[in-house]
Write a protein that binds this ligand. Structure first.
Ligand code: FE2
Length: 306
């Protein structure tokens, strides 16, 4: 069942300059919600005559494969496969839904997780992104069950639309995954970066103590809380891996209050394993450098402690 919209989220979805400076998220000024920095960057890329190569890089979607070892994973989930798709920003990345479908159509997976940021810009009509998202989900759900969280770009209309497509919406709620009498929990919290409407207590209500829990949040910024609360895996996106990086995958910006090592790929914090996807699409403008777009196939394996 889809929960009603959080009152803070409802207030912030009324677009205004209040949204740039509200203090509910992880930073007090949300420059990423302005449009002029992207227009300026676009002009710079055109001035340097590298717009075309930036666009070409942005279209080279790849399938990243990783194995993640978890100590509490029950026997029957050894080799369980999660396909993580984050940051498609579908209205600003034409053809990406079809590209994702082609890339994963002949691989097997047990669960698909959509990590948020379906809308290209923070402002503007979301209808095109909603339409493309529904098309993409229509293809994906033939391969495996689909669960999703919302990102900092996403209005609640995305949750309502995904829910009517049969997607399990993890907006401060959880999904119990069972197999052969074993189980683990996929817990999803609402966006912490801009909306600040994440609620662990609500999301975990009913989960027994000591259960094996995986957290999905659009941004990796909750890694300390996740570790404190006993999660073993944290799946996120949001950073785009920097999107525009120096050679050697060195990001210029991460737009998140995290150490650089949590900005992309696999990471670890105390007992918590993490994966931050570089994202499938682009936001702001369709260009990437030294940071290829990706969807990620994550194979879970039981960590043996002999
Ligand atoms: Fe994003």
């Amino acid at each position: 069942m889809l929960k009603p919209i959080h009152p803070v989220r409802k207030k912030l979805e009324v677009r205004s300059y209040y949204g740039l400076i509200h203090k509910g998220g992880t930073q007090w000024f949300h420059w990423e919600n302005l449009t002029f920095p992207y227009s300026l960057l676009d002009l710079i890329l055109k001035g340097l005559d590298i717009s075309a190569s930036g666009l070409k890089n942005a279209l080279e979607l790849r399938l990243a494969r990783h194995t993640i070892f978890l100590p509490c994973l029950p026997d029957s989930f050894n080799d369980y496969k999660i396909l993580l798709i984050t940051d498609p920003h579908l209205d600003g990345n034409p053809g990406l839904g079809e590209q994702i479908h082609r890339l994963c159509s002949d691989i097997s997976m047990d669960l698909i997780i959509l990590g948020g940021d379906y809308h290209f810009r923070f402002t503007g009509n979301p209808n095109l992104a909603v339409t493309r998202l529904r098309e993409m989900v229509g293809w994906l759900k033939h391969q495996a069950p689909v669960a999703a969280v919302l990102g900092n770009h996403d209005e609640y209309i995305f949750a309502q639309s995904l829910y009517t497509c049969g997607v399990e919406m993890l907006v401060n709620s959880h999904l119990k995954v069972t197999r052969e009498g074993d189980s683990f929990y996929v817990v999803g919290v609402d966006d912490c970066h801009y909306y600040g409407t994440h609620d662990f207590d609500e999301a975990e209500a009913g989960i027994p103590g000591g259960a094996c829990k995986i957290l999905v949040c659009h941004s990796p910024e909750l890694y300390k809380a996740a570790s404190r609360r006993g999660y073993v895996l944290y799946l996120a996106g949001h950073t785009h891996g920097g999107q525009i990086c120096l050679p050697g995958n060195i990001p210029l910006l991460k737009n998140a209050r995290i150490p650089w090592k949590f900005a992309s790929g696999t990471w670890r914090y105390r007992q918590l394993a993490g994966y931050t996807s570089s994202g499938a699409g682009c936001s702001g403008l369709q260009a990437r450098f030294n940071c290829p777009p990706e969807i990620a196939l994550l194979t879970l394996k039981q960590e043996r402690r002999d």
